[in-house]
Design a protein around this ligand. Structure first.
Ligand code: 13P
Length: 252
């Protein structure tokens, strides 16, 4: 069985000091858990990466670090951007193609592909986000959209490891979620799609995931974890998600 993975996407929340406080409480909450049944990945804002990375070096728990984005060039005159090489010193993972980047910042599938390649070249593991809008869902286009996002993003030579996050855009920050069986059906299709290209990946669900609905999602066979936004901002709630989610996976 793949070890379930729980990712906290803090988005544009938390200062350096707030991030350090979070880590202290989070560590305490996670100490009593069996340490081989889960992996957590924190994705703080760029400004807190160095501090969180330093703190995690002192913490003997399976917690890794992700950036929320990157730029695909190695270096150069790109004011305000951060390269994979810079991130490599701080984290192991990077979120790519989040729907907020696609929707608010106009990121295209082609740019996402370049970012995936640039991350992999530098040894960062990409967490690729895919998902349909409410309108695409209504029109019955869910799989067509996701297949396009996957094929364009993953159009590359060799990618040794990737995580996929299925995040229906209509579920993000809304309190609405698909039924776990509906999410499972999409995860199953993603899994099949990847296996045709002789790839496999942990496939995580994202969109209003919380400590109340985590067990339902984690009981599904192809849901290997979650990518949480709002519910990950509290160390107590996110630790509860990990605790209940990993236990639900084991008891399946
Ligand atoms: P919410 O959990 O706040 O819906 O956000 C999900 C998300 O976008 C994680 O990347």
């Amino acid at each position: 069985m793949q070890i379930p993975c729980f990712i906290a996407n803090w988005k544009m929340y938390k200062t350096i000091a707030e991030s350090a406080d979070y880590l202290h409480s989070f560590e305490k909450e996670l100490q009593p858990l069996p340490q081989d049944a889960w992996e957590a990945i924190l994705a703080p804002p760029y400004t807190a990466l160095a501090t969180v990375s330093q703190i995690l070096k002192q913490v003997p728990l399976p917690i890794r670090l992700a950036a929320q984005n990157l730029y695909f060039e190695e270096q150069g005159a790109y004011t305000g951007e951060i390269s994979p090489r810079m991130l490599r010193e701080l984290c192991q993972y990077v979120i790519i193609g989040h729907s907020e980047r696609r929707g608010l910042f106009g990121e295209t599938d082609r740019e996402i592909n370049k970012k995936i390649r640039a991350a992999a070249k530098e040894g960062l593991i990409p967490i690729l986000c895919v998902g349909e809008t409410a309108e695409e869902r209504r029109e019955g286009k869910t799989w067509r959209v996701i297949e396009r996002q996957l094929s364009e993003a993953l159009d590359l030579g060799n990618l040794s490891e990737v995580l996929i996050a299925y995040e229906p855009v209509w579920a993000i920050g809304t309190g609405m979620t698909p039924h776990p069986s509906e999410a499972e059906a999409v995860h199953f299709q993603i899994c099949n799609y990847l296996s045709q290209g002789e790839k496999s990946a942990r496939i995580l669900y994202g969109g209003s995931a919380n400590d109340k609905n985590i067990e339902g999602f984690m009981k599904e066979p192809h849901i290997n974890g979650v990518l949480a936004g709002g519910a990950s901002l509290s160390p107590e709630v996110f630790a509860k998600i990990i605790k209940l989610g990993s236990a639900a996976k084991i008891s399946r």
